[in-house]
Structure formats: structure tokens, C-alpha cells
Write a protein that binds this ligand. Structure first.
Ligand SMILES: *Cc1c(COP(=O)(O)O)cnc(C)c1O
Length: 375
């Protein structure tokens, strides 16, 4: 048992959430998105647990190579594509599928002799204006790629939505129509992120790209994953490292921002912004101590936070505290921090060990492995 903070990762919840993505888009194939260390959950272990996905998507070639080195055999898609000849060769050798989103990448392919055929997805900018070719250029790009590169199959088409997390946003319809206008019967396409999947926008034959929903959080502002039947995968946990009685009128923490309204028990929990707990949250932010909500008091420090233990005066040094996860939605803490769940999950730092919980069926929830992921 660790005394310091841990991120408990529930693989059963992960697989159930994958099942929800599949059922929301019957017939579609799934690129499970595991970029950014699987949104902070530990990329290689999450990848190993997601064997039922049709493939895994990452942002960068380096991430895909790490998955191959960890023995992951599933199809892998690199969402930003390759930027050097060396990355192209790696992609060929490691059987990676590459997004091509820029003239620079076409030229790179045209001048590089890649030793193995490549799987290619052409990214179309349908209105996000971040990455991709205009829909008008799509056919020309396809023609050049087919000429320049030894391909595995026909290139697929891929686009990304800017406003899918605001249901009913008119821009989503505009982007969808521009994408559909480009596609010809029988071509392979990929459009839907978590928000589009949960909005029922995924086509039956497309490759969907769920990210945040796999980890149990909702992409929509103002709601939690539980409202969509999703289960939190990460529970961020730490322990009480001190319990003190502080007198009425005394102040707690840096800057003395919190003043005790009465004599009260104040607990110190061994987690702080050095672990990825957001410094922006203020007094009143909920923490679960022994399963009970207590309010944070004063400023978040690098290694510690303080809480008002009045609601559970029996709490002792060593008792567990949940910062987010089971019983306390990460979305609620993200809102308190003025950010989104994605950033909190990705931001858990390397000094927090990820502890993997076995599937309930395999091992009654017992801990099977204990590993430190160093990114
Ligand atoms: C990160 C990413 C996704 C996943 O988005 P979620 O909102 O987490 O589902 C899908 N597609 C692309 C291109 C991405 O970069």
C-alpha cells in the first residue's frame, strides 16, 4: 500500500465505456484514442486493456512507436502524421497508419523512398481551421498520394469537429455536410469524437474516434459521464498525513486565505499541484474523506491540501481521500478549476503511480500490477 497519492485505473470500467461507444454507433469501427499517455491513465497498460478496439489512435509517431515496443499489435493511427523522413521510415517498419494534413507532408512522401507500404488518412479541414486540406483540394491530394506512395489499401478521409461538444451547434452541421459532399460510395471515413458519438452522429460504416468517453468523462459542459452511463476509469487518491485542531480566528495555508470560523479539525492530505491537483481551486471544493464530502480550505500547495474535517471528526492520519473519480466526478473539480476534465486527467504528473485494477471477473478487483508510468 502506498502512502503517497495514487491513480487507481479501472480496466473493467474502461472496457465498459468502450462498449458504450460501440453501441452508440452500431456497425462503426473504433479507433480508441490513447494519446497523451491515454489521457493520463498510462498509455501502454490502457492499450493492452483495449484489445477489443479495432485500432488505437495517438497524436505523434513517437507515441505509436512506444506502443509497438510494448508489444501492441493493433492497427495504430498517428493523428498528426509524420514530419521527417526518419518518422516515415519508422511508420513503414512499425506498420503505422499516418494522417496527411499538409502540403509539407505530401512533399515529404514524394521525396522519401519508404521501405514498406503505408496506410494513409487524408485530413480534410471542414471548418475547424486547425489541420487539413480544404475539401476542394481533397481529390487532388488523393491523386498525388496514390502516385507517390506505395499504399496499404485506399486512403481514408478524416475530419475533426470544432463544436460537437455544444449539441445542436449549427457549425457541426456545416462541417458534416462539407465532409459528406466529398465522400464517394464505398470510401472509408472518420469523423466522430466522443461528443459526436454521444450525439448519435456517427455513421454506421465510419471509424469513430472516442477519447474522453473511454475514460468515463462527458465531453459536454455541465454534465458528468455518469449521466451518459459512463464509469470513471481513474480514481485519484491520497491520504491524510496530519489531523490538527485549529482555533477559531486562526488562518490556514499560504497567504492565510482561509480563516477558521470556529475551533475545528483540519486535515492535511498529501497531494498538491506537484501531483497535478489544480492550484486554481478555492475553499469549498469537495474532497471525499472516508467516502464523505468535506470542503477544501485555503490554498493548494505543491504537495498538500487542507480540508475541514468537521463533517467527519473521526478521520485519522492514514485514512484515504479521493480527489476525483469514483464518488466525485472529475468534471466537478474541473469546473471549480475553470478548466475541462481532459486537462485534469492529462495533468496527473509522473510522480503519481498508476495502479491497475484487474477485471472484476478475472480477479475480484484485486490489484494485479503496480507500476510507475514515467510518460
Ligand atoms: C483527441 C482527438 C480525438 C478524441 O477526442 P475526444 O473529445 O476526447 O473524444 C478525436 N479525434 C482527434 C483528431 C483528436 O485529436
Amino acid at each position: 500500500m502506498e502512502f503517497g497519492p495514487e491513480a487507481l485505473i479501472d480496466h473493467t470500467a474502461l472496457r465498459r465505456n468502450l462498449g458504450i461507444a460501440r453501441r452508440a454507433s452500431a456497425g462503426a469501427s473504433v479507433w480508441a484514442v490513447v494519446k497523451a499517455d491515454a489521457y493520463g491513465h498510462g498509455m501502454t497498460d490502457v492499450a493492452a486493456a483495449l484489445g477489443e478496439a479495432d485500432g488505437l489512435a495517438v497524436a505523434r509517431v513517437e507515441e505509436a512507436v512506444r506502443l509497438r515496443e510494448a508489444g501492441i499489435g493493433l492497427p495504430l493511427l498517428v493523428l498528426e502524421g509524420a514530419f521527417t523522413g526518419e518518422e516515415l521510415q519508422l511508420a513503414g517498419r512499425q506498420n503505422l497508419q499516418l494522417v496527411v494534413h499538409h502540403e509539407f507532408q505530401i512533399k515529404l512522401l514524394e521525396r522519401t523512398q519508404v521501405s514498406s507500404p503505408l496506410g494513409i488518412w487524408i485530413k480534410i479541414d471542414t471548418g475547424m481551421h486547425r489541420l487539413g486540406f480544404s475539401p476542394e483540394r481533397g481529390r487532388e491530394v488523393l491523386g498525388r498520394l496514390v502516385t507517390a506512395v506505395a499504399l496499404v489499401g485506399r486512403p481514408g478521409w478524416l475530419t475533426h469537429l470544432a463544436c460537437a461538444d455544444e449539441p445542436g451547434h449549427p457549425h457541426t452541421q456545416v462541417q458534416w455536410q462539407r465532409f459528406q459532399a466529398l465522400l464517394r460510395p464505398g470510401e472509408t471515413a472518420s469523423l466522430a469524437n466522443s461528443a459526436a458519438i454521444l450525439s448519435g452522429m456517427a455513421g454506421p460504416r465510419e471509424w469513430i474516434r472516442p477519447g474522453i468517453m473511454l475514460y468515463g468523462a462527458s465531453p459536454f459542459p455541465g454534465e458528468t459521464g455518469a449521466q451518459r452511463g459512463l464509469e470513471p476509469v481513474m480514481t485519484l487518491q491520497a491520504r491524510l498525513i496530519a489531523v490538527n485542531r485549529i482555533a477559531a480566528g486562526e488562518r490556514v495555508g499560504y497567504g492565510g486565505l482561509y480563516r477558521c470560523p470556529r475551533d475545528m479539525p483540519v486535515g492535511v492530505i498529501g497531494i498538491g499541484y506537484g501531483d497535478g491537483y489544480p492550484r486554481q481551486v478555492t475553499s469549498g471544493t469537495p474532497v471525499l474523506v472516508n467516502g464523505q464530502r468535506v470542503p477544501l480550505v485555503g490554498r493548494v500547495s505543491m504537495d498538500m491540501i487542507s480540508v475541514d474535517l468537521s463533517p467527519c471528526p473521526e478521520a485519522r492520519v492514514g485514512d484515504p481521500a479521493v480527489l476525483w473519480g469514483r464518488g466525485l466526478p472529475v468534471e466537478e473539480i474541473a469546473e471549480r478549476a475553470g478548466t475541462i476534465s481532459y486537462q485534469l486527467l492529462c495533468g496527473v504528473t509522473a510522480r503519481v503511480p498508476r495502479r491497475y485494477l484487474a477485471s472484476q471477473d478475472e480477479n475480484q478487483g484485486a490489484v494485479v500490477r503496480h507500476r510507475r508510468e514515467l510518460g
